[in-house]
Design a protein around this ligand. Structure first.
Ligand code: TYD
Length: 192
């Protein structure tokens, strides 16, 4: 099973992925986690470009669209292991939410794998900006408001559970477990 976490910056994806991983392992599943952008050469280049002041400009956004697709291609084979639950921090759905135009992003990501389950951590934009360092040029209110809107529209195209990420860490974690349990045949009473 391939589970993808998406959401605007600061939504708590990495913390929640770790908590879900530990819980699934306690329930007997073998879990592998992935993060995009990766730590490949392409991923490192992406992280540098994200800090450019013009990162939201059309030209740089198109460059990033190409690089994110290439970075993703490098880890494609890791998604084939069917003995494991694979949890990914972001996917091509981030590219659809952050970059444009959508039809071109779709072509670039033609070979990207669709998740079996998308968990969209939905966070208020003001909270996002307060939580993040502001180091990346994407971490600004106006830009993230557009990204949040894109995500909510994209959710309809996937098997998706929308999680309210404005709550405390433990409440969000238990909402995620409740959402995931039926997909993995875990009994609802076993959720703590
Ligand atoms: P992020 O998960 O926020 O990394 P970190 O926790 O190190 O800050 O990802 C970095 C940024 O990249 C984030 O603003 C989202 C953006 N991004 C895209 O714009 N398109 C993509 O396809 C991906 C994977 C990420």
């Amino acid at each position: 099973m391939y589970i993808v976490f998406e959401g605007i910056d600061g939504a708590g994806k990495s913390t929640q992925i770790q908590m879900l991983k530990e819980w699934l392992e306690a329930n007997g599943f073998s879990v592998e986690t992935l993060v995009e952008p990766t730590d490949s050469e392409v991923g490192q280049l992406i992280r540098r470009i994200l800090q450019r002041p013009d990162a939201t400009s059309d030209r740089v956004q198109k460059t990033l669209g190409l690089l994110f697709a290439a970075d993703r291609m490098l880890i494609m084979d890791k998604l084939e292991d069917e003995s494991k639950v694979i949890i990914s921090d972001r996917s091509f759905i981030s590219s659809l939410a952050y970059q444009e135009p959508a039809d071109w992003i779709e072509v670039l990501n033609k070979y990207a794998k669709k998740p079996d389950l998308l968990l969209l951590l939905d966070l208020d934009v003001k909270t996002s900006v307060a939580r993040t360092s502001g180091e990346d040029t994407f971490e600004n209110e106006e830009f993230l408001a557009g990204v949040k809107e894109n995500y909510l529209k994209l959710a309809d195209n996937f098997t998706c559970e929308i999680i309210d990420a404005n709550n405390g860490v433990n409440k969000v974690s238990s909402d995620i477990k409740k959402a995931v349990a039926p997909y993995l045949g875990i009994c609802p009473d076993c959720i703590r």
